[in-house]
Each structure stands twice: as C-alpha cells, then as structure tokens.
Design a protein around this ligand. Structure first.
Ligand code: DC
Length: 227
C-alpha cells in the first residue's frame, strides 16, 4: 500500500508523514531528502548545474542509500551519513534547480518506485500522487500559509545552528514555491483525487489523526463495499 503526501516546502509533510508511517507500521520515504543528497553531491564536486552531461555523470556515479532508523531517516551518500548536511542552507538554495533536471528526476523516481514495490510506504514529496505513484491507495496534499511555513523552517534551521530572519525565509519559500510549481518536469500540483489539508492552524498531532482516521475509515469502506 502507498500513502502519497505532497505539498509545498515546510507545509508539515515530513513530521506528519513520519508519524503516520509509524502509526500504520509502514516505511517512511522522504523523497525531498533524495533530491537534497543529489544536490549535495553536485555541490561537493563543483559541478556546473548548467552542464547537463556532467550533472548526469555525477548522478550515475553516486551511491544513494535511504532508510529508516528508529524515528530517524538516514541518508547515505557514497557510504557517508549526510542526513544533517543535506539540510544546510546551501543545499536548500540549490535543490530546486537540481530537482528540475529531467535526468535527476528519472533516476530518483526509479529508486522510489523500486522501494514502493518492496514495501508498504508513506511517501512524501511534490509529485508522488501525480507522477511517482499515480495509483497510490491514499493521496494527501498539505498546504499552509507562507508565514507559518517560514516559522516552521526557522525553528528547523535553529536546531542546525543556522539563524535566519522570517522575512528572508518567507522570500526564499516564495521563490522555491514558484520554481517547484512552474518547472516543466513534474511541477508541484495537487492530484485531482488527493485530499487537501490546510495545516496552518493544525498541530502535528491533529494532522496525523486526520490522515490516519481518513485511511482507516476509507479502508473499512473499501473492505465493505469493495471500492
Ligand atoms: O521537501 P524538501 O524541502 O526537503 O524538498 C527539497 C526539494 O526537492 C524541493 O525544493 C523540491 C524537490 N522535490 C521534488 O522536486 N520532488 C519531490 N518528490 C520531492 C522534493
């Protein structure tokens, strides 16, 4: 079974998806972390993002590993644990450009589909319900107003020791929203059959409860009526 959770940056997807996966005893897959790891690899190798062949070469050669460990997602790049490094501001500033590259997307989508074939997953990203798993049994699209998202991002960054003003973060988020929603490759869009959840005034626990209750009641209905 696949539960797809899509939405813009800092809409609360990660924490919610992680907790939903735990409650439903499913694997959690953070696809944004995969695009972040590719971005880190490209930055470390000083690859010019406009040099398509070099970008493809780095993607072909990198070894990416992503798995749950307790309540944490571990991301390994060529054997090195980069779970913290992929959250830096430098990676965040470049990840939209990297994730817009067709070759990068195709490589990541293939890995995501292979993981989804092997295990029941709660998959979080931008194009999960539309492109990666259009047949997902459950689809959610999470949104929140940009000020709330900036506040969430600010606290996340503080835990990494990075201090940023709210104004700056609001500006960054707006730029990223614009890039993610208007790119030609798998833009951020709500799948027609996804349930939209505005998390602006919700606590994490409320969001989790809403999704889990929805899945449980729909599963009951499907069992009963066969759809
Ligand atoms: O969710 P996040 O902020 O960690 O995602 C990082 C970037 O990766 C985001 O700017 C868009 C991109 N992304 C994507 O294009 N497709 C996905 N399925 C997940 C993330």
């Amino acid at each position: 079974m696949i539960v797809a959770i899509d939405g813009p940056a800092a809409s609360g997807k990660s924490t919610t998806a992680k907790m939903v996966a735990k409650k439903l005893k499913m694997t959690y897959l953070d696809t944004g972390a995969m695009y972040r790891a590719v971005t880190l690899a490209l930055l470390r190798s000083n690859t010019d993002l406009d040099d398509y062949d070099s970008v493809c070469q780095v993607v072909d050669e990198l070894e990416l590993d992503i798995y749950d460990q307790g309540s944490k997602t571990v991301v390994k790049l060529d054997g090195e644990d980069v779970s913290q490094a992929i959250r830096s501001m430098q990676v965040t500033e470049n990840v939209s450009a990297v994730s817009a590259v067709k070759y990068v997307r195709e490589a990541m989508v293939e890995i995501q589909r292979n993981i989804g074939k092997k295990t029941n997953c709660v998959v979080e990203g931008r194009d999960i319900g539309t492109i990666v798993f259009p047949e997902a049994e459950f689809k959610f699209f999470m949104i929140a107003d940009v000020e709330t998202r900036a506040q969430r991002r600010q606290s996340d960054l503080l835990t990494l020791g990075e201090e940023r003003s709210l104004e700056e973060l609001i500006k960054d988020l707006k730029i990223r929203d614009q890039k993610d929603s208007t790119r030609s490759q798998s833009p951020l869009t709500k799948s027609a059959d996804a349930v939209e959840i505005d998390t602006t005034h919700f606590s994490i626990d409320e969001q989790v409860k809403l999704i889990v209750n929805h899945i449980n009641s729909k599963s009951e209905q499907r069992k009963k009526y066969g759809k």
